[in-house]
Structure formats: C-alpha cells, structure tokens
Design a protein around this ligand. Structure first.
Ligand code: SF4
Ligand code: SF4
Length: 153
C-alpha cells in the first residue's frame, strides 16, 4: 500500500496509475468537461488525428463520450499523454462533481479509494486529497464567474 500517514490514521491520496479511471465501459462514468475544455480537446484531437465525441449538457458542461481507453491514454507508457492540459474532471479525480446537485464526492471506482476506504471515510477530504481539492476550488471559481459573479482566479 503506497499511502502516507499524516496523523490520527489519516492518509494522503497517491495515485496507483492503474488507469482504471482512463478506461470507460459505463456512460454514467464518462468525464464531465467544461465548454472551453471541449474546444481544447477537439484541437488536440485534430492535431493527432483522433476522433472525440461530446454531448452537450446544461451549460457550461459537456459529457465526453469515451468507449474503452481514453484516446489520449498512452497504453505503452501507462500515462495520460495530455497530462498538463487534461480536463478538470481528470485533474480532480477521484473527487467527482455531480453537475445536478453541485455536490462533490469521492469515486468508489478508484483503486486507491477502494483500498483505503475506511481511512478516507474517517478523514477530512481536504487533507486526503489536497491537490485534487484545489482543482475543485478552481472549478467552483470558474462556475461562479460564468454565473456573473466574481472572476477571481
Ligand atoms: S485525459 Fe488523460 S487523465 Fe483524462 S481520461 Fe484521458 S488519459 Fe485519462
Ligand atoms: S483509478 Fe485511482 S489509483 Fe487508479 S489511476 Fe485513477 S486515480 Fe489513480
């Protein structure tokens, strides 16, 4: 187990790079992406001769339709080939946003979460997922600015 104790049984998320979150069999698990991310992904796909498909949801969200491995997953090197420009939903995973309720939860499909479930359930998610939580904060700021609120970044 590759986890780090941070006191009172708490753990810090450490991705196993198992790729389970880059392989899709169930539409309910498809990534939710922002409209500007759709444009960026389409551009990257065009440059690589890849086909990408999105379904428009309530603005500013789209559903990214991926069957099997994500077209940007580098199977040979077991890594995301667009790491620095991957969409927010990938950066914040295993934290996931419910676009209907606005709630953020922890995905039970992540191997690390499954293995550390009891510690995760007993811990503060901000402590367990510091990097991913910072992406959630950034996402909420983005959503707030699109609703005409503060444009603070
Ligand atoms: S963009 Fe990268 S992290 Fe996101 S699903 Fe595709 S390969 Fe995985
Ligand atoms: S399922 Fe979890 S542990 Fe596996 S690659 Fe995705 S985030 Fe990392």
């Amino acid at each position: 187990m590759v986890t780090k104790s941070v006191g009172r049984g708490e753990v810090t998320f450490k991705c196993y790079r198992c790729a389970h979150c880059c392989f899709f069999t169930n539409p309910s698990d498809y990534p939710i992406v922002l409209e500007e991310e759709v444009e960026a992904l389409r551009k990257l796909a065009r440059e690589r001769g890849i086909k990408v498909e999105f379904i428009k949801l309530t603005p500013p969200f789209y559903l990214w339709v991926i069957k099997g491995f994500c077209p940007f997953y580098d199977i040979r090197n077991r890594r995301c080939s667009i790491h620095s420009s991957k969409p927010t939903s990938c950066s914040m995973y295993p934290l996931i946003l419910n676009v209907v309720t606005g709630e953020v939860s922890v995905s039970l499909l992540c191997d690390w979460v499954k293995e550390n479930f009891s510690e995760v359930a007993a811990s503060n998610p901000v402590t367990v997922f510091p990097n991913e939580f910072s992406k959630v904060i950034k996402l909420f700021k983005r959503l707030r600015s699109s609703k005409g609120g503060s444009s603070e970044q």
